[in-house]
Each structure stands twice: as C-alpha cells, then as structure tokens.
Design a protein around this ligand. Sequence first.
Ligand code: ZN
Length: 168
Amino acid sequence: MAVTLTEAKQYVCTLTTGWRFTLPSSVRSPRGWGDGSVLTAIAKPPALYIVGKDEEPAGDSAETLGGGLSRDCYLGSGGKLVVPATLREVLNWTIGRKLAVTTEGKAVKVAPCCHPRQCRSCGEIAGVREVIPGLYLCSGCWAKYVADAKRKARLRGAIPAPRPIPLR
Ligand SMILES: [Zn+2]
C-alpha cells in the first residue's frame, strides 16, 4: 500500500483497558456519527476499519474490506468505541497500544502505530522491558546501562570491584 502523507490527517489514540479507544470528533462529525450510532467494525489485521452500519464502503476500501470479519458496534459518548470481542483475537492488538486513526473514503481506518514497548536507546522491540515507569529498554541496552552504572560507581569507590566472572 502506498503511503501518502499529503493532506492525510492522522490522529493517534490509545487502546485502553476494556479494549476501548476514542474516535476524534473531526472524524465522527463529518460522518454524522454520534452517541449511540451503530457502526460496523471490520477486522483486516493489523487494521480495523469502521463504517456506518448499512453503509457501503466506497471505491478502493470496498475492495480492501471484502471478506473481513465484521461486527456491529455502538459509538459511546465522546466517541468511545469498544472493539467487539470476536474481533480482538483476529486483530492481535494489545492494551496500551497506540492506534493511528486515518480516513479511507467513507471508512475510518484504525491501525497500530509507534510500538509502545520499543527500546528507548536502540529502537529494538524484542526483549524490551519497562526498567523504570515509562522507560523501555531492551535486554542488551539494559545490560550495558547496568554495567556502565556499576563501572561509574566503582570509579567513585562506592562499591568494591566484583570478582571477575569467567566467561568460558
Ligand atoms: Zn536497546
């Protein structure tokens, strides 16, 4: 899929507990979606498309969305939308995930963007953990950080040098 950044407005929201995210009003208003609107959510992993119920997605998106698993959902107050349970497994999203909301014709596309658990230092995604709240590091960078901190502490004479550990 070609990525065009011109004119395409993107909004970022977060998937919160209860599999809920918020559709920005700038996306809802032009479509006439309000509290209690019945919408159809179509799963096309990793993206979720949302169209008004009984509304045929126009043009390209009709083709894109054919065959996707779809479920009805209701728009809550303030644009809150809960991902239908049956679609959660298919989508494979995780709570806390940042979601990019873009529009594709009549459809609204919601897809995961910037990985939430990405190493702050090198950008690695695998083996990342939250070392302090809000700071994610991969095991490699964390080990380096710890080694560095210990070395600095030793230089200051804060802790005695450990006995060398044989590597082989
Ligand atoms: Zn790293």
